[in-house]
Design a protein around this ligand. Structure first.
Ligand code: SF4
Ligand code: SF4
Length: 503
């Protein structure tokens, strides 16, 4: 185990009030609480890319693991699967707190929890690279730690760029959440094996796990799993890298700086700049669930936290309404602010029917305090908090005054929308909203969404699959004999990595 401790600069230190998530009982839950909602609302767009197309109609019966939304042919999209069994009651248009308007399939539970017959452990786990890629694609896996980039697209890109290292992000990016940490305690073998699968696909032999040195329990579980598995993979090297805990943490640009001393500009990627690719540990867990258990991505761990509760983690089907996630809590919701997501980067939400989507790592419930609104008092706290070394107070003032060129010179374009400056600002200024919007505007791509969609395509054709009738995983398994590596053209997915959230 490496003795060196890597560190992010500035940010919010864990000694302050944000240290909530390190309360012992919060992290050490021995069993995850499962929530079985009466209904789920499954948006067809939950990730970076194009909406899936519903493959079921009202009145259809569905089972756990069944595909209910197929990727639109020739687009940058992933399938959607049901996490409950029951009946489709409605397909309606909804708008999520992030502004995405999309179709959503409403499924009423039959309380039987019937699994699709295709969901059985895979007998032969020695899958080759093209088979593994097909499974990951068909399982609808997207990045669970951030913007939800389809995992197959990220793999394709890393393959094309011939990366040399796989980084496994075990750093919980925000302080109020512990869903990834819980995942490490719960199924560390799945995370390590998911990493082994992706390393195999990419043809690389170096896997490095990034974790906070303060998380002794999770470190122990992870190291035990690595020790138990590495003997079967003598061609691979496993490293556990310790990081000093600060928030936010885990963003690829912060990791590039901490690990490689490389400053990434707004259009740089880890893959191109340092030859590494970064995957969230929960995403890799989902990879092994798909490969070993034939289980598509249809449930996830969500942290329920905030300053109104001790907080806990729950395992919920994707599409579970916030109302059900909060059902075991007893806060007076009318006096709380509910955040769809994490404390620093989440979005306020008033509709309790809003569903958990593939990228929702937390629901945060915060006391509704009258936020102060005063002019900047020049305390400097935002500067101390900013991990990108920006001076938020100055950038805010320049942007607010329309002085964009000067804001550029102050590096406002480097903002990663981490939320730290707004969190600490005693004047209650919307620093993050102002600076992050400015940065997104600067990064706006020249191509239109339509052009990107047309360019962003995959040749994982679904035409042989009995859509809506069976899990896509089963259909893939039936066709995998005919599935060859050359079906995955490295150029078939154009991944709009940097440049913001424009797809
Ligand atoms: S939101 Fe942007 S400006 Fe504010 S602390 Fe984070 S990176 Fe810095
Ligand atoms: S934290 Fe708020 S009040 Fe303090 S310097 Fe920054 S903008 Fe001004």
């Amino acid at each position: 185990m490496s003795a060196k401790k890597y560190s992010f600069i500035k940010s919010i230190l864990p000694e302050n009030a944000l240290n909530f998530s390190r309360r012992t009982r919060y992290v050490c839950e021995s069993m995850i609480e499962r929530i079985y909602p009466q209904k789920i609302i499954l948006p067809m767009k939950q990730h970076y890319g194009v909406d899936a197309i519903p493959t079921v109609e009202p009145g259809d019966e569905v089972q756990i693991g069944q595909c209910v939304g197929a990727p639109a042919p020739g687009t940058f999209s992933v399938p959607v699967h049901s996490g409950i069994s029951g009946k489709v009651t409605e397909i309606k248009t909804i708008t999520l707190p992030n502004g995405v308007t999309t179709k959503a399939i409403v499924i009423e539970s039959d309380r039987k929890r019937t699994y699709h017959p295709s969901l059985r452990p895979r007998q032969d786990l020695n899958v080759d690279a093209s088979t593994a890629m097909g499974i990951i694609k068909s399982a609808g896996i997207v990045g669970m730690g951030g913007e939800g980039i389809p995992t197959i697209a990220k793999i394709n890109r890393a393959k094309k760029l011939k990366v040399k290292e796989l980084l496994v992000n075990c750093l919980q990016s925000e302080p109020y959440a512990t869903c990834d940490l819980h995942r490490i305690c719960d199924t560390p073998d799945y995370i390590v094996m998911g990493a082994v699968v992706v390393a195999g696909i990419l043809g690389i032999n170096k896997i490095r796990f990034l974790i906070s040195s303060d998380r002794k329990l999770e470190l122990g579980y992870l190291q035990n799993s690595i020790d138990g598995i590495k003997g079967d993979h003598p061609d691979l090297t496993f490293e556990v890298l310790h990081f000093k805990e600060r928030f936010p943490q885990g963003h690829f640009r912060l990791i590039a700086r901490a690990l490689y001393s490389v400053e990434l500009n707004e259009n740089d990627t880890l893959e191109e700049s340092v030859g590494a690719v970064l995957f969230n540990c929960s995403t890799l867990n989902a990879v092994w669930e798909a490969v070993a258990d034939n289980m598509p991505f249809c449930s996830r761990i969500v942290s329920v936290s905030g300053d109104t509760t001790d907080g806990h983690n729950v395992l919920v089907p994707i599409g579970t309404p916030i109302r059900d996630v909060l059902s075991k809590m007893s806060p007076v919701f009318s006096s709380c602010r509910i955040v769809w997501g994490n404390a620093l980067t989440g979005l306020s939400c008033t509709d309790l029917d809003t569903p958990i989507i593939k990228t929702t790592s937390a629901i945060t419930v915060i006391k509704m305090l009258e936020s102060p609104k005063t002019p900047c008092i020049h305390c400097g706290m935002c500067y101390d908090a900013c991990p990108m070394d920006i001076t938020p107070s100055i950038c805010y003032k320049l942007i607010d005054s329309g002085l964009d060129t000067k804001a550029m010179l102050e590096n406002a374009y480097k903002c990663i929308a981490c939320g730290a400056c707004s969190y600490v600002c005693p004047a209650g200024l919307d620093l993050t909203g102002t600076i992050a919007s400015f940065a997104a505007k600067i990064k706006k791509p020249s191509k239109t969404n339509k052009e990107l969609s047309n360019n962003s395509r995959t040749r994982f054709t679904m035409d042989k699959i009995d859509i809506g009738d069976a899990s896509l995983l089963e259909a893939f398994a039936e066709n995998e004999d005919g599935f060859t590596e050359d079906m995955i053209d490295e150029d078939t997915i154009v991944l709009p990595f940097e440049g913001g959230k424009y797809v």
